[in-house]
Design a binder for this molecule. Structure first.
Ligand SMILES: *[C@@H]1O[C@H](CO)[C@@H](O)[C@H](O)[C@H]1NC(C)=O
Ligand SMILES: *[C@@H]1O[C@H](CO)[C@@H](O)[C@H](O)[C@H]1NC(C)=O
Ligand SMILES: *[C@@H]1O[C@H](CO)[C@@H](O)[C@H](O)[C@H]1NC(C)=O
Ligand SMILES: *[C@@H]1O[C@H](CO)[C@@H](O)[C@H](O)[C@H]1NC(C)=O
Ligand SMILES: *[C@@H]1O[C@H](CO)[C@@H](O)[C@H](O)[C@H]1NC(C)=O
Length: 185
């Protein structure tokens, strides 16, 4: 009899632990009261860092040099005006531009901090979306905050999930940005 009770308790405890674990492992969509995104789209960000001779094609440039702190470009500031495309082809027609900067801010690994505006000026969308946050480059996906918007994206907020789509040396990388907006007006 007592064995059965103990067994029951341990089974209940087991499921309790599992459910707590599962709920804490779930992404932000598990937050209370959060609805599905009111708008969601995927765009690709192409960054071609100026190497001193490719001015015609470069879309970004180091505006401040890296420091000697660590081996991961700590302190380097890159300003960009990058094309955003609907698929991952660099030469696809851009649907928006990403204008802003990132800088490297960890001495023990590559880690960057982004702040930029997506500027839309097409028949499809007109307006801006402002995004900022940490790009922990060693993580498979990274969530940055959508902190506001204008025009078609008036007062929006949400999450932009980054995935590194390709990394070709130091001078070209492409990010997949899965943009989920939770406030639309
Ligand atoms: C810069 O990039 C261009 C285009 O990829 C390449 O042709 C050129 O040789 C590069 N210059 C240097 C200094 O690496
Ligand atoms: C640079 O841009 C020009 C003009 O768009 C293009 O012909 C050339 O192939 C590009 N070079 C590289 C290395 O992408
Ligand atoms: C940045 O540092 C590199 C290596 O020390 C140097 O070659 C380059 O000229 C510096 N660039 C600027 C803009 O100071
Ligand atoms: C940076 O790399 C060099 C050569 O690989 C190494 O000797 C040095 O200790 C590294 N510095 C740091 C801060 O890790
Ligand atoms: C947006 O596009 C229109 C039409 O192509 C153009 O007249 C206008 O100058 C553009 N505005 C900006 C800020 O690029």
């Amino acid at each position: 009899m007592t064995m059965l009770v103990v067994k029951c308790y341990s089974i209940i405890l087991f499921f309790l632990i599992i459910s707590v674990y599962v709920s804490s492992a779930k992404p932000s969509s598990n937050h209370k009261n959060i609805k599905a995104p009111c708008k969601r789209f995927v765009l690709y960000y192409h960054d071609i860092l100026f190497n001193g001779t490719d001015a015609a094609n470069a879309t970004s440039a180091a505006a401040a040099n890296a420091t000697l702190l660590g081996n991961f470009s700590f302190g380097q500031l890159v300003v960009f005006d990058d094309p955003m495309t609907k698929d991952n082809h660099l030469l696809s027609p851009p649907v928006a531009r990403a204008q802003g900067f990132y800088f490297y801010d960890m001495k023990s690994t590559y880690n960057a901090w982004f702040a930029y505006t997506l500027i839309f000026n097409s028949s499809e969308h007109r307006g801006t979306i402002n995004i900022m946050g940490a790009d922990m480059m060693m993580e498979k996906t990274r969530d940055l905050s959508v902190v506001g918007g204008t025009g078609d994206f008036f007062l929006t907020r949400g999450i932009a999930t980054f995935t590194t789509d390709t990394l070709q040396g130091f001078y070209y990388f492409r990010l997949k940005m899965d943009i989920k907006l939770y406030e639309c007006y």
